[in-house]
Design a protein around this ligand. Structure first.
Ligand code: URA
Length: 192
């Protein structure tokens, strides 16, 4: 466990714990405010993220930012966004279980320093790793699970919403539920 966020980022960016380090352009450490009460967790970087070194910066990221903005959340102001794996899997394949295992300690360390009250998993891969392995995202999105004093919810992955725009209204309901939950339990997320 590294107890300083800047040092954690430096160490993470030098990681060679799995084969993804050989094909990456950038390590995508995470983005947001280090005292965030809400943390979003995606699966792993795609091509745009690999090139720019920041999570969710492609078309899916634009959609994510739009939904966040509608509930007064903003990666620059009041949340933190990270991924299960910090390096892009080639051709955007799912990260392998051993890659997830090799990488997840970085995420655990980020979580330990940020200490969010709420975690939102973007898509099945993150939800299976963080909430429960057999989660059925189509049925269980928008439901809050409590684990070790942290509330965790899964929602549909923004890329899945681009493929299936019919699911956007249902996904947006999750963001509205999140907004209600933040108002209920968070102290400073919506402060100016
Ligand atoms: N998809 C993810 O899961 N994470 C990103 O950072 C980008 C796309």
């Amino acid at each position: 466990m590294i107890d300083n966020f800047a040092e954690l980022e430096i160490q993470c960016k030098q990681c060679q714990k799995c084969g993804l380090c050989e094909t990456r352009t950038n390590v995508v450490f995470g983005v947001g405010v280090p005292d965030a009460e809400v943390m979003f967790i995606g699966e792993g970087p795609g091509q745009n993220e690999d090139e720019q070194g920041e999570p969710f910066v492609g078309r899916g990221g634009k959609l994510l930012d739009k939904m966040l903005e509608a509930v007064d959340l903003d990666r620059k102001k009041n949340i933190y966004i990270a991924n299960i794996v910090k390096c892009r899997p080639p051709k955007n394949r799912d990260p392998l279980p051993e890659e997830q295992t090799a990488c997840v300690d970085w995420l655990r360390n980020q979580f330990a320093l940020i200490r969010p009250k709420i975690i939102v998993c973007l898509g099945r891969i993150a939800a299976a790793k963080i909430i429960k392995p057999d989660i059925k995202i189509t049925k269980e999105h928008g439901i809050f699970f409590e684990k070790g004093n942290v509330l965790m919810m899964a929602t549909l992955h923004p890329a899945a919403l681009l493929r299936n725009p019919n699911n956007k209204p249902a996904a947006f309901e999750d963001y509205l539920k999140l907004q209600e939950k933040i108002k209920e339990i968070c102290d400073h997320t919506y402060e100016d």
